[in-house]
Design a protein around this ligand. Sequence first.
Ligand code: PHE
Length: 337
Amino acid sequence: MQNIDEIGKQLITQIAGSDSPRDVLKAPELKQLYGVIKTLPSGQRAVYGKRINELKIALESAVNARESELESATVESLDITAPWDVNSGPQNLLLTENGSQHPLTKEIENVSDIFTRMGFEVIESRQIDDDHHMFGTLNFPDNHPARDGYDTFRTEEGFIAPAHTSTMQNRILQDGKKKLESGGQIGVVAIGRCFRNEDLDATHEHTFHQCEGVFVSETATLGQMLGTLRSFFEAYYGQSLNIRTQPSYFPFVEPGLEFAIEKPASLGGSSKDKEWLEMLGCGMIHPNVLIAAGIDPKKYRGFAWGGGIERLVMLKYGIEDIRHFESGKLQFLREFA
Ligand code: PHE
């Protein structure tokens, strides 16, 4: 009996320090202890057997305790991507099977669905481009100061990290030309990452997303554009909205407008002080942009718009700082899980 206690103590110490605690249960001393049972006179077997059972239970729980200790240590050391200030302990880590969609991914799907239902084709915008698509085909004259407004990142080779999804306009128009010629229309929405080298604050981030729309037909009008945009925002926010436009300048549209919605009460708007939220830039596609894509501006006309996705999502969920999106903070992401 004393033997059982001694061996038990030894094994429990071994388990507590072992990297493979379950292997300790295969120790020959244990087998020997178990074997003793058969050699005992029947009167002693019950008592001995009970002690052995107690030992087994104690060893098993020591093994379990050690295994979970090892497991949490492994999770902690493996998660090299977790921000140190958020994940102070292993209990805070998201298990992969509990992962969730990034709020932007979810909302981009939402936006795509709405435009798809309205009859637009939705494509992804490029993340690397050239001066020709970003500026040249969009009626920015060489060395024009309007180019500076876009705080563009450039590679040493002269490529550009697009500062707006309008970088897709020329391709959309070129690809759609055949449709126009066979009596159809161009209706495409391009969504993707954009980059600007600007000072960061709660409403400015170097990496963000835009949604660009391009529509061309023989009869497109500004009124159709405003109707399309209003329908989109009303579908996105699930309520009717007041809209407002103001003249604005973009070289690739004429006239150019800024499009705003009135902050609805359900999203924190006050009924006394109207608050207009500028959501995007838009306008009738400039004839030079159509010409650059080989489309005759005397025969066809179109409208285009482009606006930030983050702004849309921030208003929907009351997110106060745009920098949360790219921060990788699990605390923020969990709110959308
Ligand atoms: N590309 C413009 C911007 O990012 C927005 C815009 C798109 C304006 C299409 C007019 C037409 O500022």
